[in-house]
Design a protein. Sequence first.
Length: 281
Amino acid sequence: MEVVHTIPELRAAVARARQAHQTVGLVPTMGCLHEGHLALIRQAKAEAGFVVVSVFVNPTQFGPQEDFAKYPRTLAADVAGSSAAGADLVFAPATEDFYAAGASTWVEETRVTQGLCGEFRPGHFRGVTTVVAMLFNAVQPDLAVFGRKDLQQLAALRRMTRDLLFPVRIVVHETVREPNGVALSSRNRYLSPTDFTKATAIPAALAVARALVDGGERDAGRVRAAAVARLAAEPALRPQYCEVVDALDLTPVNQVTPGRTILAVACHLGTTRLIDNADLG
């Protein structure tokens, strides 16, 4: 597996793959790879002949009070994990080799990013859509694989890909979970063993909501209230939001439509912010 750090090196490697008549898959990451990321790489390799994994801690998606400086950088381990999962190329640029000096152009989705995390992380999704658009332009992949856990990010990237006519197929991988049910996240490493156990209240709240809907409940307010009550049963959790939303545009709904409705949750546990979601019905 090859590791490159500049756009010219990246484009040359992709060009060689194209000359060999290989389809190209992209897995954008910020590094600190865990089993969830490796599952995305394996999915990409199942669907593309040449898989590019980007490892780039993107400064433009961090707010002023967020953890950009302390976000873990584990490139050697990321390269080893990517190789074992089947990647063909790791693209790990320095910020100055990726963003032009004085860059002032943004790509921004303005509908599905308004609520949920967008309410509490101003500018975050603008940074995400901008960096992924840049990666799409640099790699020109046939497909890109993203995880379902980052629900709002996924919705924004789907809209961006459609609206800007990127010829990229978006592939979605279901959320990968720890044995205790907590969604895998690079930020889980910040949790103490005790807090890691307390975090199980989040998947438990999702399960309560799903069970209600499976039992015939369609009132979104009652489903939400049951999930909120389960979160409240763990005092260490500080919920930021718990919303029943439409699966396509992520707007709050009054009635649950099975297959079209999602419960989305964000909570703080100590200094760590955790998100999760689940289909209802």
